[in-house]
Ligand binder design. Structure first.
Ligand SMILES: C[S@@+](CC[C@H](N)C(=O)[O-])C[C@H]1O[C@@H](n2cnc3c(N)ncnc32)[C@H](O)[C@@H]1O
Length: 277
């Protein structure tokens, strides 16, 4: 019996992929959309009060008069996109959660907002000098593996016009200071976060060299197949993020403490970067 479970109990290889969808899963995406839309939750988006501050800050440092065309990578249900549209930007939102994009499109239609939403993997974009401003918020960048982060930075660089800015946030080592490796399991009887029917979840948190962590969820239900969701996070110091940006062609960057423009301080759990093409 143990043989059957061993592959799921071992530490995954660095950047090993999930065996099933996460953001775009038919069931999980329902819970994620609820989490995005709950103004007080920090599960899928930050609290809506923070988003308001964030949008005010972005439109202050990169005003729509100077940066008219904006793309939001991983826009979810459009919480930033709508607010930025109302500030005066011409906005494109890209996300690979079909449920989030459908919700965002429907909201824009009802409110008569002229917003472009694309159901697409942002690693597949191929724009040239199209946008003045790109954003990617809630530490999604670090969830990509080394090669994909480099691909994304190069594609964003290509997508920006000269003088364009890429604003994104990442976790720092301080976010994980007191968090070691840990393992737990739980049984969900009836519908739960991972599946619509009863399921067992084996949860593990692994630490790797080079500022990388993995949260792994092995999901066992009554079907034949065991699924494994792996959420990676690569976290950064000021030096390591600047190095990756320069390698991808960016000229330089300002570093803030978070995506509402809080000044950066040593000990900050996040960093928000405004990188210049
Ligand atoms: C943590 S949520 C943040 C959503 C939004 N930026 C916010 O703060 O409200 C990450 C979002 O990125 C999307 N996403 C993750 N990887 C993606 C990819 N490769 N291509 C497009 N969207 C992606 C997910 O579907 C999800 O909506």
């Amino acid at each position: 019996m143990l043989e059957l479970f061993l592959p799921y109990l071992r530490r995954p290889n660095l950047c090993e992929e999930s065996t099933c969808k996460f953001w775009d899963d038919e069931h999980i995406s329902k819970g994620m959309l609820e989490a995005h839309l709950d103004p007080h939750q920090e599960g899928a988006s930050r609290k809506h009060s923070f988003i308001e501050e964030s949008v005010a800050w972005i439109s202050n440092i990169c005003p729509p008069q100077c940066y008219p065309k904006l793309v939001d990578l991983g826009c979810g249900p459009g919480l930033y996109v709508e607010r930025l549209f109302k500030k005066g930007y011409k906005v494109t939102g890209i996300d690979f959660s079909q449920r989030s994009i459908a919700y965002a499109e429907e909201e824009a239609r009802k409110k008569d907002y002229n917003i472009e939403y694309l159901y697409k993997n942002y690693l597949d974009i191929n724009y040239k000098n199209e946008f003045n401003l790109a954003i990617m918020i809630y530490c999604d960048f670090g969830a990509l593996c080394d090669k994909s982060r480099n691909t994304l930075l190069r594609k964003v660089h290509d997508a920006l016009s000269d003088g364009g800015v890429f604003i994104f946030d990442v976790f720092t080592p301080h976010n994980y200071k007191d968090k070691g490796e840990s393992f737990k399991w739980y049984l969900n009887e009836g519908s739960g976060f991972w599946r619509p029917d009863s399921h067992l979840c084996l949860e593990a948190h692994y630490i790797y060299e080079n500022n990388t962590r993995a949260d792994q969820y092995v999901i066992i239900d009554n079907s034949e197949k065991v699924d494994v969701v792996r959420v990676w996070d690569h976290y950064y110091t000021r030096e390591t993020i600047l190095k990756e940006l320069l390698e991808a062609g960016f000229k330089g960057a300002e570093i803030y403490g978070d995506a509402s423009g809080t000044p950066y301080f040593i000990g900050s759990k996040t960093m928000c970067i405004a990188a210049h093409k």
